[in-house]
Design a protein around this ligand. Structure first.
Ligand code: PLP
Length: 451
């Protein structure tokens, strides 16, 4: 007996039944924009005493109306025939919970995916999705640089289970990436291409359509190569990877989606089939999101668009300020990165809807000057993470990317003089004031003149 697939049926029937009754009521409004849908989509007040907002279903398990109903649910769960037209109910919060399901209904709308799965963290979304699709002997082709946690997961855990991992660099073209794959001697075992674009912290862009073309080329009828994109940096507003051929979009919902630096959560978006399979393993890994965090994220989603837009407007002002500052050597901001090189321009034009709100800059000097700047900030918090309402600053070389080998860091421009900023929704004048006064404290290194 395949317990896995039967439990999934329970989930699928539950959400289908939810959507069907919902559809009749709101059919005429189905083409509303995501920001409008975030206020109520998927929630039926009549099921919750008329509460205008979805309550927190802080419960581990759900009561059956009768022993007969419980028996019927379990028969349906085990796929026994004779339950045509009967509606499956809620069972247990590791499998299904109204907050988690309604959150998922809303999350999928931004990327126009068929389905979404919510997780306890970005890392659990990444780990669960990758382990669902990768088996010992498979090859994972990934882009460098990766988020530190993902880098560790790929190199220490996937390899431990016999997955072969091969990296390429943002900026390499189709031929170069294919060559890396072919030269590895394992191209036939390619199962997934995993991409982070824009690359953190330098904002280099990767062409998702290029990855999709490679995936198609190495797919066989019984072995589809999947393209997975970690869209945390630009999503879900400013980049929609599914439209460019990606199969799975992953999020750390801790960042823009949560947006207030007060939750850890994650998500995966894609087709019903792909997300269905990921949800099956989520049930047995236990990496699902909890009801309270689901509720907090529903609240966050209502302001997602205005928060992200406000941050992007601020980021442009900060980038302009920094690019004219005599103590700043170079600014890494999508608005500039995309202008420098024609290939990056073409990727930017087709793939991005904004310059985003993340930027980095090289301060003139090294670690000493970067640290003086960071230590003298008065408003901007010295902290890792990103995408929150408040601006944050950090030093990638010694913090988020401290584990990356020295040579690789140099190649990726993650040097001691690099500072990363996540721009928030403050009045931009206050952010610039803070940067200005902290830069004033930085003494320029004495340059020795060679006579
Ligand atoms: C933060 C982050 C993650 C990990 O997410 P958690 O919610 O911290 O588990 C993964 N990818 C990127 C790009 C991130 O910024």
């Amino acid at each position: 007996m395949d317990l896995f697939s039967n439990v999934t049926k329970v989930i699928v029937r539950e959400s289908i039944s939810y959507q069907l009754s919902f559809k009749f009521k709101y059919m005429a409004q189905s083409n509303f924009s995501p920001e409008t849908q975030m206020l109520g989509y998927g929630y039926k007040p009549e099921l919750s005493e008329g509460a205008v907002k979805c309550p927190i279903f802080q419960t581990s398990t759900f009561v059956f109306k009768s022993a007969e109903e419980g028996k019927a649910f379990f028969e349906m769960a085990h796929g026994k025939p004779g339950h045509e037209g009967e509606v499956m109910g809620l069972i247990y919060s590791r499998i299904n919970n109204p907050d988690m399901e309604i959150l998922e209904e809303r999350l999928k709308l931004w990327d126009e995916g068929e389905a979404a799965a919510a997780f306890s963290s970005g890392m659990s979304a990444i780990a669960t999705s990758l382990v669902t699709y990768l088996s010992p002997g498979d090859v994972l082709l990934y882009s460098n640089p990766l988020y530190g946690g993902t880098h560790k997961f790929v190199h220490h855990i996937l390899t431990h289970f016999g997955v072969e991992v091969i990296g390429f660099r943002a900026g390499q073209d189709l031929n170069e990436v294919e060559q890396i794959l072919v030269e590895s001697g394992h191209a036939k075992k390619l199962k997934m291409i995993y991409v982070e674009t824009p690359a953190n912290p330098t904002n280099d862009l990767i062409d998702i359509e290029m990855c999709s073309a490679i995936a198609k080329k190495f797919s066989t009828p019984d072995r589809k190569v999947l393209v997975t994109v970690d869209n945390t940096y630009m999503g879900p507003l400013w980049q929609h990877p599914l439209k460019h051929g990606a199969d799975i979009v992953l999020y750390s919902a801790t960042k823009y989606i949560g947006g207030h630096s007060d939750v850890i959560a994650g998500a995966a978006v894609g087709s019903k089939e792909i997300i269905g399979k990921i949800k099956k393993s989520r049930t047995f890994f236990g990496t699902m999101i909890d009801p309270h965090t689901s509720w907090l994220l529903m609240r966050s989603l209502e302001t997602l668009k205005i928060r992200m837009e406000a941050a992007a407007i601020n980021a442009e002002k900060v980038a302009d300020y920094l690019s004219h500052h005599p103590k700043v050597e170079k600014v890494y901001y999508l608005g500039y990165t995309a202008k420098n090189n024609p290939e990056q321009v073409s990727i930017f034009t087709k793939q991005y809807l904004s310059n985003g709100a993340m930027l980095s800059f090289d301060i003139i000097g090294g670690e000493k000057e970067a640290f003086t700047f960071l230590n003298n900030l008065k408003h901007i918090k010295l902290a890792v993470s990103l995408g929150g309402t408040e601006s944050l600053a950090e030093h990638p070389a010694s913090m988020t990317h401290s584990d990356v080998p020295y040579e690789e860091k140099q190649e990726l421009h993650i040097t001691d003089k690099l500072v990363r900023l996540s721009i928030g929704i403050e009045n931009y004048k206050d952010i610039i004031w803070d940067i200005e006064q902290a830069l004033e404290k930085v003494k320029m290194p004495v340059i020795e003149m060679v006579m």
